[in-house]
Design a protein around this ligand. Sequence first.
Ligand code: SF4
Ligand code: SF4
Length: 203
Amino acid sequence: MNLKDQLKNDVRFVEGLKACINCGICTAVCPAAQFYDYDPRRIITTVQKGNEDEIRALLTGDTIWYCGECLSCKTRCPRDNTPGYVVQALRNLSIQSGLYTQSERGRQQIKVKRQVGDRMLAYGYCVYIDEIDTKEHPEQGPVWDWYRKNAQSILTRLGANYHGEGAGTLRRISDADMEELRNIFKETGAIKRFEHIEKACHE
Ligand code: SF4
Ligand code: SF4
């Protein structure tokens, strides 16, 4: 199936693109367009034209990963389009097809999946002190290493229930709650997305 038809199977694409008149209002209100080489109007024009090579270029490039998914564009489009939804559909297809590995921004999905997604599935926390690889965060300097080394005493002073049973910050999440969380990931398609990310990745 060609890429345009695959996009049409995504409800976010159907909902996000009705008919674009190229007015550029979405780009004018888009916060990401202020900071990056990013133009939602151009993305919508490309997918509306339906040229396979141009859609492939979107899926293999950095552009689609600049959107902040704030949906400001949804509130202003005079034709009821939502470029943010179209970008979500493009990101999904980029991951499903493995094309996400061809851009630097796209490859960041691997880190997000492994450092946030996997932690949530294992512990119920998206950032888990015991598992942070501080070498991946040189921007933090020595702070996180110091924090990890002294975690037990710091968290006791803060009143956290670190690794403990029952209520409280950083408590151990019960087996029943973890099972429920994994079921949510499964039903919403997050597990499938994680599988697609790992399948195409050779790192
Ligand atoms: S605001 Fe709507 S109609 Fe205007 S360029 Fe953006 S998507 Fe197209
Ligand atoms: S959802 Fe994305 S494209 Fe739309 S305004 Fe926000 S950052 Fe821009």
